[in-house]
Design a protein around this ligand. Structure first.
Ligand SMILES: Nc1nc2c(c(=O)[nH]1)N[C@H]1C(S)=C(S)[C@@H](COP(=O)(O)O)O[C@H]1N2
Ligand SMILES: [Mo]
Length: 256
């Protein structure tokens, strides 16, 4: 028998072999499909946990957050741009806690040093501190971004000036609008990062009302959700302060 020709018996064997292989791969395919379907079914039918998302997905966010916090360096800076790169038409996005029922003239910043020990400051008190400017690419989780230009006092300068070193050693800062409708929590290293501002100017002019006048947070290492407009109260905590968007399922850390 020559090497390259097959007897009918050999051809039959080949055919059987192929059928068996087909059967095995089909069985594997069905098994994988079932595993995938089962995993999806379990995930889909899980009770919703903290912030209205499935605990399994939430645990992915928590892991991401741990990794980000670990690799985050307090010296890390958001890329800065020149003033001429900044847009003149700054987008207004999000108006929770910045309604019309507000008198800027009567506004004061409240800094809760401890429970029952609150510092009350005017905008002039803040303007008396060194001014820092930042031009950066503002990013919103909704998928837009724009280069914008802001001025104010560095949070780290402010805390040092007001002898809040014990507070600076705590884990988080919480901020709330005067009506308590919008609130954020931010980890202390990001708050102390040198580009993070208590901001009272935009494009070299007083902060417009819909951008959070008299005072807002600008924190270039975070997504827009953390840049609280119209700060009423600042407080300090070793546990995560409540956070508006985290409660709706977004990542608490929201780092860039
Ligand atoms: N008080 C308050 N601050 C807020 C919001 C809000 O709804 N209320 N929205 C946040 C979100 S989602 C974004 S993207 C930015 C938008 O800031 P801008 O309006 O100055 O562009 O503000 C943040 N700060
Ligand atoms: Mo946003």
């Amino acid at each position: 028998m020559r090497k390259n020709s097959f007897s009918s018996r050999e051809v039959q064997m080949e055919g059987k072999d192929i059928r068996r292989k087909k059967l095995v791969s089909f069985a594997v395919f069905i098994a994988l499909l079932s595993v995938g379907y089962f995993a999806w079914y379990k995930l889909y039918n899980q009770p919703q946990g903290e912030g209205k998302i499935q605990p399994a997905l939430r645990s992915v966010l928590v892991t991401n957050e741990r990794l980000f916090s670990k690799f985050y360096s307090a010296n890390r800076k958001a890329k800065s741009y020149s003033k001429s790169d900044a847009t003149a038409n700054v987008r207004v996005n999000g108006n929770v806690g910045v309604g019309d029922n507000f008198d800027p003239a009567a506004w004061h910043l409240k800094v809760a040093r401890k429970t029952g020990d609150t510092l009350t400051l005017s905008l002039d008190d803040l303007k008396a501190l060194p001014k820092t400017e930042v031009v950066f690419d503002f990013k919103c989780v909704e998928g837009w971004n724009q280069v914008t230009y802001w001025g104010g006092v560095r949070v780290s300068d402010f805390l040092r000036k007001y002898n809040l070193a014990p507070q600076m050693a705590m884990g988080y800062v919480g901020m709330v609008t005067p009506d308590s409708a919008y609130y954020v929590g931010v980890d202390m290293p990001s708050m102390l990062q040198p580009q993070t501002l208590l901001c009272y100017e935009m494009n070299g002019k007083p902060l417009p009302k819909n951008q959070g006048a008299p005072l807002r947070l600008i924190i270039p290492v975070k997504y827009g959700i953390k840049h609280l407009k119209r700060i009423g109260t600042i407080f300090f905590s070793n546990t995560k302060p409540r956070d508006y968007w985290a409660e709706l399922g977004y990542d608490y850390y929201a780092g860039l």
